[in-house]
Design a protein around this ligand. Structure first.
Ligand code: IYR
Length: 225
């Protein structure tokens, strides 16, 4: 016989202390100022800070609450050097042939290239892994969606703390599991440098543009034509 689930009263509710319309706007005002940064300062960020970011990410919802993620936080200069070297090798192959013409054209306004010095300069690299299997060998569900949500929450937590991030996806990313000695069931999913932007940090104007609300939001008209 299946055991009935245990339930708890939901009494630790978050109250923003202001109407939702204001709270939602204030959050937007924080998030809209997030930029993907490719020029980092070497200003340190405490391990405690990174722990809070990972706690925030780990509070994400996930399929059957399996929490199919691992956040490997790298600060060791030698590991960062090895990650940079391997990432740049993949990126060279990408820019020099693997990428389609169309892809390269789409990247032009961002000004990206195979050089990734930020992988050594940023004080932390958070390598997000997706678990293909739970740590106990059990199944995971909607792992892609779950890791995506958790990573989005990590980015939001960093922004809220005044820290810059980059959603970096060197492809293929297999080398990350190898360099970091992770088990086979952990699949490298995203590489996120975390730190402060360099004083002279520039961001591509193209990346600042966002679609208008009307382009991304559709509200039903209550069945009226
Ligand atoms: N991974 C490469 C290329 C790249 C791809 C996309 I899609 C971007 O939005 C940005 C860059 C690189 O990091 O340079």
């Amino acid at each position: 016989m299946p055991r009935p689930p245990e339930y708890l009263p939901f009494d630790d509710r978050y109250d923003p202390g202001e109407p939702p319309e204001l709270a939602a706007q204030r959050f937007y005002e924080v998030m809209r100022r997030r930029r993907s940064v490719r020029s980092f300062s070497d200003r340190p960020v405490s391990r405690r800070t990174i722990e809070w970011l990972v706690r925030a990410a780990g509070s994400a919802p996930s399929g059957a609450n399996k929490q199919p993620w691992r956040f490997v936080c790298v600060q060791d200069p030698e590991l960062k050097r090895r990650i940079r070297r391997a990432a740049e090798e993949e990126e060279r192959a990408f820019y020099e042939g693997r990428a389609t013409e169309e892809w390269l054209k789409d990247l032009e306004p961002l000004g990206t290239d195979p050089h990734k010095p930020f992988l050594e300069v940023a004080p932390w690299l958070i390598v997000v892994f997706k678990l293909a299997q739970d740590d106990d060998g059990g199944k995971v569900y909607y792992a892609e969606e779950s890791v995506g949500i958790a990573t989005g929450m990590l980015l939001a937590a960093a922004q809220h703390a005044g820290l810059a991030t980059l959603t970096h996806t060197p492809s293929p990313m297999r080398f990350l599991g190898e360099v970091l000695g992770r088990p086979e069931r952990e699949r490298a999913w995203m590489l996120i440098p975390v730190g402060y932007p360099a004083d002279d940090c520039l961001v591509p104007a193209h990346a600042v543009k966002r679609k208008a609300l009307e382009q991304v939001m559709v509200v039903d008209r209550g069945g009226r034509a």
